[in-house]
Design a protein around this ligand. Structure first.
Ligand code: FES
Length: 93
């Protein structure tokens, strides 16, 4: 799938609910993509807050840099997805 790079700030992230993915830009021009499905009980993570994304269901937090758990109850990281830069868009597979 393709998503626009616009709106993904350096050090920030954007959630694309229609694709169930989270895309982050940990440093300038370096993008990472993760499943946006919480590894606790499958809710969609939605809220980017500082350097984490939060799950609204039970409060798990995941780090934007690597998808790892910053706060439970989730125990496992968000699975990483492959991402490639293609002009103004990103291709996530
Ligand atoms: S489903 Fe995300 S914290 Fe429970």
């Amino acid at each position: 799938m393709r998503v626009a790079r616009a709106g993904i700030d350096i050090g920030g992230a954007a959630v694309f609910p229609e694709h169930r993915i989270l895309v982050t830009q940990p440093s300038d021009g370096v993008y990472k993509a993760f499943s946006a499905v919480c590894t606790h009980q499958g809710c969609a993570v939605t809220d980017v807050d500082g350097d984490v994304v939060k799950c609204p269901c039970h409060g798990s937090k995941f780090r934007l840099t690597d998808g790892s758990v910053a706060k439970g109850p989730a125990q496992r990281p968000l699975p990483e997805r492959a991402v490639m830069v293609d002009g103004n868009t990103l291709i996530v597979s």
